[in-house]
Structure formats: structure tokens, C-alpha cells
Design a protein around this ligand. Structure first.
Ligand SMILES: [Zn+2]
Length: 307
């Protein structure tokens, strides 16, 4: 079946104003209390949560959420907030889930009715809590990688497991490993040399699957003209087109045989600030399309495993 690109409505920003979806400066407990908890209380039969442990510092309780339709045919795992500067990724995931739960978009209702979603809203919970002001968030040299209590980089920590956050995530996934058909590690990027839409860090994914996700990113890359980024960058360079880096070793595929992708859109190519309506719309559009692909296509099922 040919995948038809999904076009979401314009999304609210996360700049803490009236009408915003949230505030980019919220620490982890505030983020959870203001976004995920109201949604869970609104739909107690659909959404549940559980503690999966504390962070490395021991300061924060770490939460996982399950969005469970009455009858579901597949289970998808999604996490975000591995890198603390990538606010639009973890707010974008939360906004997409809000749209699904609220039945705000007709096409997303297929997910609402058929797909169980296992969600770790933020991995680096200490990092986003201690990072502080908007100016500190924008200081990506300081915050992009040393992001959690153990000062390790969680998406490269799956094998070493230096951070308790990683251990918590692995233990959570392990319980559902037989059911999960696909995994998402949701990022955004502010690195201007990386291009517009990336799909790095997959792990031996079959071409038949990988090509579907590359096609989505290529369509988005073509849909959103690059003149904004050229104006912002001030010089023309040979930017890479969307591709799949399919040689990453480690992670959920090595551990459980489950395939996954790391979708990223590039905030700084499209806007000068993080968390604007524009970058939030791009984030929701990117994640929503990849999730719809997984939901709507029968190739994604619990038998999809690396041999
Ligand atoms: Zn990242």
C-alpha cells in the first residue's frame, strides 16, 4: 500500500505564553504534571502510567506511560528526551500523543483504536530538570551530550548501561519485548551541518522497511523548501539529503532484535528559535508520519525481528 503523507494542522508553540502547549523551561516533574498527567486523568481507561525507577542521582522518579486501545493489533515503543536541548522532540511526541488521545485528527484515530503505545516521555530526566533557562537550553555545546546525572550519552549507553535511566528503560522494554513491533528514539537536532531531516542510527534494518522511512523524510524535505535555511545559514553548502544510517551497533536491536529508527528534524534550519509554532509543527509532522507508517502497514508486526 502506498503511504500518503499526513499533514497536521499548525501546532502551538512551547514558549510559555497564553495558548502555548507548554513551556520549554519546565523541569521534568512540571512537564509530566502539566502535560501527561491531565491527559491520563482525562482518559483513565486508555492511559496508565507506572514508575520505572529513579534517575542516577536518585532525585527524580522516572515514568512510563501506556496508551492501550480496547482492542489493539500491534505495540510500538517510543522514547524521547535523550538529549536535553532537543525540547521540540519530547514536546512534539507529547503533542502528537495528545492529538491521538483527544481524537483531534481523523487519520490518527487509526492509532487511537488499533495501536498500543509504550512511552518513555523523557529519558534524561535529571538533565532537562537541571538545565534551566532558555539561554542555557540554547547553549548546545554545554547541554547536547552531557545530559544526565551520570554525564553519559544515553543513546550510546545501551550497551554500557552507565546511567540508571538506561537500565530503567531496558527493564521496561524487556517486559514487552515479545510484543513490540517497532521502536522510536525521537530526537530533533540543532546541528546545522547535518541537513534537514535525518534518520540516523538504525541497526541493520531491512531495505523494505528502511526505504519506507527514507521516503517519508525525502517527501518532507521536498515539501519544506530550503530557502529558509539558506537565508539563515547565510551560505550555500552541500547538505546531505535525508538518508538512513543503518550501521549503528547496539541499542534495542542488538539487545532484543527489535528494529527502530531515530527520526530528527533540524530546528535551526527552519527557524531561529527552538519551540516555535513552526518547529513544533515540523516535529509533530515528522513523528506522526513515521508512526502512521508503522501503524498502517502490515509489515510491522511482532514477527519483524532481526534474525
Ligand atoms: Zn539527539
Amino acid at each position: 500500500m502506498e503511504f500518503k503523507l499526513w499533514e497536521p494542522k499548525t501546532q502551538p508553540d512551547i514558549l510559555g505564553k497564553e495558548g502555548s502547549f507548554g513551556n520549554i523551561e519546565w523541569d521534568y516533574p512540571t512537564f509530566i504534571e502539566n502535560i501527561y498527567e491531565p491527559l491520563r486523568k482525562k482518559y483513565p481507561d486508555y492511559i496508565t502510567r507506572r514508575s520505572i525507577g529513579r534517575d542516577t542521582s536518585g532525585e527524580y522518579e522516572m515514568w512510563a506511560y501506556e496508551f492501550t486501545p480496547e482492542k489493539y493489533v500491534k505495540t510500538v515503543y517510543m522514547q524521547s528526551g535523550v538529549h536535553v536541548i532537543e525540547t521540540d522532540a519530547y514536546f512534539g511526541l507529547a503533542r502528537l500523543l495528545t492529538m491521538i488521545a483527544n481524537r483531534e485528527d481523523e487519520r490518527l484515530n487509526f492509532i487511537r483504536d488499533n495501536v498500543r503505545l509504550l512511552i518513555v516521555p523523557v529519558v534524561s530526566i535529571w538533565g532537562i530538570s537541571k538545565r534551566g533557562s532558555y539561554e542555557e537550553i540554547m547553549d548546545d555545546d554545554r547541554w547536547r551530550f552531557p545530559h544526565n546525572a551520570a554525564r553519559v550519552n544515553a543513546n550510546r549507553d545501551f550497551n554500557d548501561r552507565k546511567a540508571q535511566e538506561t537500565v530503567n528503560v531496558i527493564n521496561f522494554i524487556k517486559e514487552y519485548a515479545d510484543d513490540i513491533c517497532f521502536a522510536f528514539d525521537c530526537h530533533s537536532t540543532t546541528d546545522v551541518v547535518l541537513g534537514a531531516y535525518l534518520l540516523p542510527m538504525s541497526n541493520g534494518i531491512p531495505d523494505e522497511i528502511g526505504d519506507k522511512h527514507k521516503a517519508i523524510n525525502t517527501a518532507l524535505y521536498e515539501k519544506h523548501p530550503t530557502d529558509v535555511y539558506k537565508a539563515f545559514m547565510g551560505e550555500e553548502k552541500d547538505y546531505p539529503v535525508p538518508n538512513l544510517t543503518n550501521t549503528f551497533k547496539g541499542g534495542i536491536t542488538d539487545m532484543f532484535g527489535i528494529y527502530g529508527i531515530t527520526p530528527e528534524h533540524n530546528d535551526y534550519i527552519y527557524d531561529k528559535k527552538l519551540g516555535t509554532s513552526l518547529t513544533m509543527t515540523l516535529s509533530v509532522e515528522l513523528l506522526g508520519n513515521h508512526l502512521l507508517q508503522v501503524a498502517e502497514c502490515d509489515l510491522y508486526n511482532s514477527k519483524l525481528r532481526r534474525q
